[in-house]
Design a binder for this molecule. Structure first.
Ligand SMILES: Cc1ncc(COP(=O)(O)O)c(C=O)c1O
Length: 484
C-alpha cells in the first residue's frame, strides 16, 4: 500500500487546498480492500474483503440512499418538503435518512419484526418514523412490510416509495461505484467476486460492471438456507421460504433488480456457520462486521475450498455492514445460546485448555546451533517427525522436519552431520503456523487443513520474539474432542 503522506516529516508537502468534505455524503465509497489473514488460513487463494462499514452510515446501502433520492428529484416525483418511504431491513433506511436530512425530506421506514432493536433505534436517531410489521407473513399479505410501505405512500401526499427491490437505480449505483472501485483497487486482477444477496442490487450491479471489464470474472452469490434464491437460480422453480436469523440477505420473492445472467454460482450457508464466522471476523481479524458478512465469508471459503483455487487467484468478498447493529444478537452469548448457535463448550474452549488436558510432557526443542546429527537423535528419542527450533534468546525461529533433514543429507552426502549446525544446513523452515493460547479451538481447524502440527506461542513482552509454550497436533485435538 502506498502511504498518503509522511506526516512525521517536517518537509511534508501541504496540499494546495484544505482537505475538507462539503458534507458527510462526500465520504461515501472508496471503501478499503483488506486482506483476510487468520480466517482464511490454509486457503491458497488470496481472500480480500471489501469493507463497506467505512461508508458514512455504516453500510453498503448508503450508496443507494442518495442516488435513489436524486433520481426521484430529477424525474419530479419527489418535491421539496416531501417524504421518502421504504420497506427496509434497516441499512437502506440509514442511507436514505442521511440523504434526506441533507436535502430536507422526511422519512418513514417499515421494518419486519425480526430485525434487531439497534436498527430501529438507529433509524429513530436519524429522525425517521419507524413502523414495525410481522416477519412471518406472505409478501402479498396486507401486514407484510412491502404492503404496509405501499399503503403509507398511498396515504401520504408528496411521498415516494424508494422501492429498492424494483428500482433500477439500486443496481445502477453499483455499476457506477462499487464495481469500478473493485476493478480499480484490484488493478483489474480480481478473479472471483462473492457477496450476499437481498434486493440483488449489489451482486447484479457489481457483476455487470466486472463482467463488462473481464467476462472471465466469476460472480458468486451467497444465500442463507431458508431463502428461495439458490433454488430459483439452479432450477427456475419458486420454493417455499423458511425463516432464518441472518439479517439483510435472502428473499422470499424475486426482486426485479436481479439479472441472473451475470451470476455464475450460488453457495448456501446456514445461520450457525454465518454467525460463528461473524464472531471470528471480529475476534481474529479485528473487523467489526454484521451477520451477513460472516455469511459471505463462510460461503466464499466453501466456494474456494470446493474448487481448490490456487495462490494466483484473487477473491474479493463484500462485507455489507457493521457489527454495531447486532450487539443484542450475534454478539450476545445469551441470544446465541437460546438459538443453539453456541455450543458453549466448543466455542469457549481455547487452545490452552487442550494443552492443559494433554498433560505436561516436556517440550522437546531443537537449538539453531545444534548439529544435524543431534537433532535427528532428539527426534528419534522423542518419537516425533518435527521439532520447533529456537535461537539464543529461546525465541522461535521455525521448524525442522524429517523431510527437511532427509533432503539435506541426500543433497550433501559428504557432510559431517555431527559438526554442521542446523542453522548452517539451511533446514530451518521459518514458515510455521503459530497459535496463541487464547485462540478458540474452532479456529484451529483451518490450520490443520494444511498442517499436521501447530506451535502454541506467547509474545515476549517488549520484543518481536515469540516463545514456544506448547505443540498441538491433529491427534491432540481429536483426543480432546472425543474425550470431552
Ligand atoms: C446487511 C446487509 N447485507 C447484504 C444486503 C444485500 O445487498 P443487496 O440488497 O444489494 O442485494 C443487505 C441488503 O439489505 C443488507 O442489509
Amino acid at each position: 500500500m502506498v502511504a498518503k503522506d509522511d506526516f512525521s516529516s517536517p518537509a511534508m508537502d501541504l496540499p494546495a487546498e484544505p482537505q475538507i468534505y462539503d458534507d458527510i455524503l462526500g465520504t461515501m465509497g472508496d471503501t478499503p480492500l483488506v486482506r483476510l489473514n487468520r480466517v482464511a488460513r490454509g486457503v491458497r487463494a488470496q481472500m480480500i474483503a471489501k469493507v463497506e462499514y467505512f461508508n458514512p452510515g455504516g453500510s453498503v446501502k448508503d450508496r443507494i440512499g442518495i442516488t435513489i433520492i436524486e433520481d426521484a428529484e430529477r424525474n419530479g416525483t419527489l418535491k421539496p418538503g416531501g417524504t421518502v418511504v421504504e420497506a427496509t431491513s434497516g441499512n437502506t433506511g440509514v442511507g436514505l435518512a442521511i440523504a434526506a436530512i441533507l436535502k430536507g425530506y422526511k422519512t418513514v421506514f417499515v421494518m419486519p419484526d425480526k430485525m434487531s432493536e439497534e436498527k430501529i433505534r438507529v433509524l429513530r436517531a436519524y429522525g425517521a418514523r419507524v413502523v414495525v410489521t410481522p416477519t412471518n407473513v406472505e409478501p402479498e399479505d396486507p401486514r407484510s412490510y412491502y404492503s404496509v410501505a405501499k399503503q403509507i405512500v398511498a396515504e401520504t401526499p408528496n411521498s415516494i416509495l424508494a422501492n429498492q427491490y424494483h428500482n433500477p437505480v439500486n443496481t445502477q449505483t453499483h455499476v457506477d461505484s462499487t464495481g469500478p472501485e473493485i476493478w480499480w483497487q484490484t488493478a483489474g486482477k480480481i478473479d472471483v467476486f462473492v457477496c450476499g444477496m437481498g434486493t440483488g442490487g449489489t451482486i447484479t450491479g457489481v457483476g455487470r460492471y466486472l463482467k463488462s471489464m473481464n467476462p472471465k470474472i466469476q460472480i458468486v452469490g451467497v444465500d442463507p438456507i431458508g431463502s428461495i434464491l439458490h433454488d430459483y437460480f439452479y432450477t427456475g422453480k419458486m420454493t417455499e421460504a423458511h425463516s432464518y436469523k441472518v439479517e439483510g440477505i435472502g428473499e422470499d420473492f424475486i426482486p426485479s433488480n436481479y439479472d441472473f445472467t451475470v451470476i455464475d454460482d450460488m453457495v448456501r450457508v446456514n445461520d450457525k456457520e454465518s454467525l460463528l464466522m461473524t464472531r471470528r471476523l471480529v475476534r481474529e481479524e479485528g473487523m467489526f462486521v454484521g451477520g451477513s458478512s460472516g455469511a459471505a465469508i463462510a460461503g466464499a471459503l466453501r466456494y474456494v475450498a470446493e474448487r481448490d483455487l490456487g495462490a494466483d487467484k484473487m477473491v474479493v468478498v463484500l462485507l455489507p455492514d457493521s457489527g454495531s447493529r447486532y450487539l443484542s444478537k450475534v454478539f450476545d452469548d445469551n441470544w446465541m445460546r437460546e438459538n443453539r448457535f453456541l455450543e458453549s463448550d466448543w466455542v469457549e474452549t481455547r487452545v490452552s485448555t487442550v494443552l492443559e488436558r494433554k498433560g505436561q510432557r516436556e517440550l522437546v526443542l531443537a537449538r539453531c546451533k545444534e548439529p544435524v546429527g543431534e537433532v535427528i537423535a532428539k527426534m528419534k528419542s522423542g518419537d516425533v517427525s518435527q521439532l520447533p527450533v529456537v535461537g539464543e534468546r529461546d525465541q522461535l525461529l521455525g521448524i525442522v522436519t524429517e523431510v527437511g533433514l532427509l533432503s539435506y543429507l541426500l543433497s550433501q552426502p559428504g557432510s559431517d552431520s555431527s559438526k554442521v549446525a542446523i542453522e548452517d544446513a539451511g533446514v530451518i523452515d521459518s514458515n510455521v503456523y503459530t497459535l496463541n493460547p487464547e485462540t478458540p479451538i474452532e479456529s484451529v481447524m483451518s490450520v490443520f487443513g494444511t498442517n499436521d502440527i501447530a506451535l502454541v506461542t506467547e509474545q515476549v513482552t517488549g520484543s518481536d520474539d515469540k516463545r514456544v509454550v506448547g505443540i498441538l497436533t491433529k491427534i491432540d485435538l481429536l483426543d480432546f474432542l472425543t474425550k470431552r
